[in-house]
Design a protein around this ligand. Structure first.
Ligand code: TXA
Ligand code: MG
Length: 310
């Protein structure tokens, strides 16, 4: 693969990115959560290039991105509760996994499952690109498999330069961690991965939801325990001079001075990268306690996986 093109998020850049995607190339693009590594979901060879660029295990299914709710409903059969969630949270940081309608995407996207994960992102550049391509775009986070997710175009290039055709630079991703993934047990929503939409917000719309512990489930084979890993090891809940601080517990890198969980989420992956550069080889990235509520649940989930034995 030749040098990766860096495209500005103007009309010309978006048009170029769309042309590359329609030609079966892989292109990183901004969403409000993290940068995605996109490919035409209907083109098996293009989807295979995502796995190759990321060194991603093939059993891990991909989610597809579409520009609006009607395009999502054309791909999957959402139960009543899913329609309510779509109305409340799309476009936004929510992925819903539901039975596929027909056979509209390459087998590699679903890893042989008969369900498909779909998301309608809220980032104006990402949505403009999806509209320009006019096909569902499969996209995992744009990082080498098992590494920290990218929230800047530079992060994408740090991990994938010369391995992908282009990156469309839309600046910093405002949410900063991945979408919440919801599946269904009949009509009952089940949270498969905590993320940018909190459990509290989901329950305000549909009432009580189920929680499937990550790491154990076969219906979310991508929920590997050791994920989001920086190079150094990670230890959580450290109050004594941690590398990464939160609120009144000061660190060398601060997630949020004011203990604002949304700000902390937006800074999390950047903080892990900075901390990685600060601690010595074989060192430990210590992290201040983060309250386990609202967006703190997703932050702690990512930290726990970064801290998991590898
Ligand atoms: O915010 C996000 O969700 C970002 C942006 C780029 O959209 N994408 C993302 O993709 O985080 P990825 O591949 O890193 O995580 C998607 C997760 C994987 O763990 C995968 O196993 C799970 O979704 N998944 C995909 N399809 C599924 C399915 N049919 N059933 C269960 N889990 C599924
Ligand atoms: Mg990922």
């Amino acid at each position: 693969m030749s040098a990766t093109e860096r495209l500005m998020a103007d009309d010309a850049g978006i048009a170029r990115a769309a042309t590359l995607l329609r030609a079966g190339q892989v292109v990183a693009f901004p969403t409000e959560t993290v940068y995605g590594l996109g490919a035409d979901a209907t083109d098996a060879a293009a989807v295979a290039r995502i796995f190759a660029a990321k060194d991603r295990p093939q059993f891990n299914p991909l989610i597809v991105h579409v520009p609006d709710v009607s395009a999502a409903q054309a791909l999957i059969e959402l139960p009543q509760s899913g329609m309510m969630l779509a109305e409340a949270f799309w476009p936004g940081p929510l992925t819903m996994v539901a039975p596929m309608r027909g056979h509209q995407v390459a087998d590699l996207v679903t890893a042989g499952l008969d369900t498909l994960g779909v998301r309608v992102p809220a980032h104006p550049v990402g949505v403009a690109l999806l509209r320009a391509v006019g096909r569902p775009i499969a996209a995992p986070s744009a990082n080498p498999s098992g590494r920290v997710s990218p929230t800047l175009a530079n992060h994408v290039l740090e991990g994938l330069d010369n391995r992908i055709s282009a990156v469309l630079d839309g600046g910093a991703c405002p949410v900063g961690l991945e979408s919440t993934i919801v599946g269904f047990d009949a009509d009952m929503p089940v949270m498969l991965r905590p993320g940018g939409v909190t459990q509290e917000a989901l329950e305000a719309v549909v009432g009580r939801i189920g929680i499937r512990q990550t790491g154990a489930s076969i219906s979310a084979p991508g929920q590997l325990a050791s994920h989001y890993a920086p190079t150094a090891r990670v230890r959580m809940d450290v109050v004594d001079d941690p590398v990464i601080g939160f609120g009144s517990v000061a660190g060398h890198v601060q997630l949020s001075e004011t203990a604002d969980l949304a700000e902390a989420a937006a800074n999390l992956f950047m903080a892990l990268r900075q901390a990685d550069a600060l601690v010595p080889v074989n060192g430990v990235i210590t992290v201040a306690p983060i309250p386990d509520k609202e967006l703190g649940v997703a932050i702690n989930d990512r930290l726990r996986r970064a801290a998991a034995p590898r």
